[in-house]
Design a protein around this ligand. Structure first.
Ligand code: FES
Length: 76
């Protein structure tokens, strides 16, 4: 039986956010967390980057990808 291999081409995941920066890094001071839950984007499609706006749902449906946000939860 012949086996078929899947060739995955590496592509940039960030389409347009802060492309003039060599590396996009965001830091959050933990004391700044006032809300019980904050979602940070990891799909690079959010219009409110670095916060998640739900755009990963559309991206996942269009590409078959499975990305989702980083959730910061305030300890109860
Ligand atoms: Fe990017 Fe939700 S919009 S992870």
């Amino acid at each position: 039986r012949q086996r078929h291999s899947v060739v995955v081409k590496a592509e940039a995941i960030n389409p347009e956010i802060r492309k003039t920066e060599e590396k996009v890094v965001d830091a959050v001071v933990i004391e700044e967390l006032s809300k019980p839950l904050t979602a940070y984007c990891r799909c690079w499609r959010s219009a409110t980057f670095p916060l998640c706006d739900g755009s990963h749902v559309k991206h996942n449906k269009a590409t078959g990808d499975n990305v989702g946000p980083l959730l910061l939860k305030k300890q109860k």
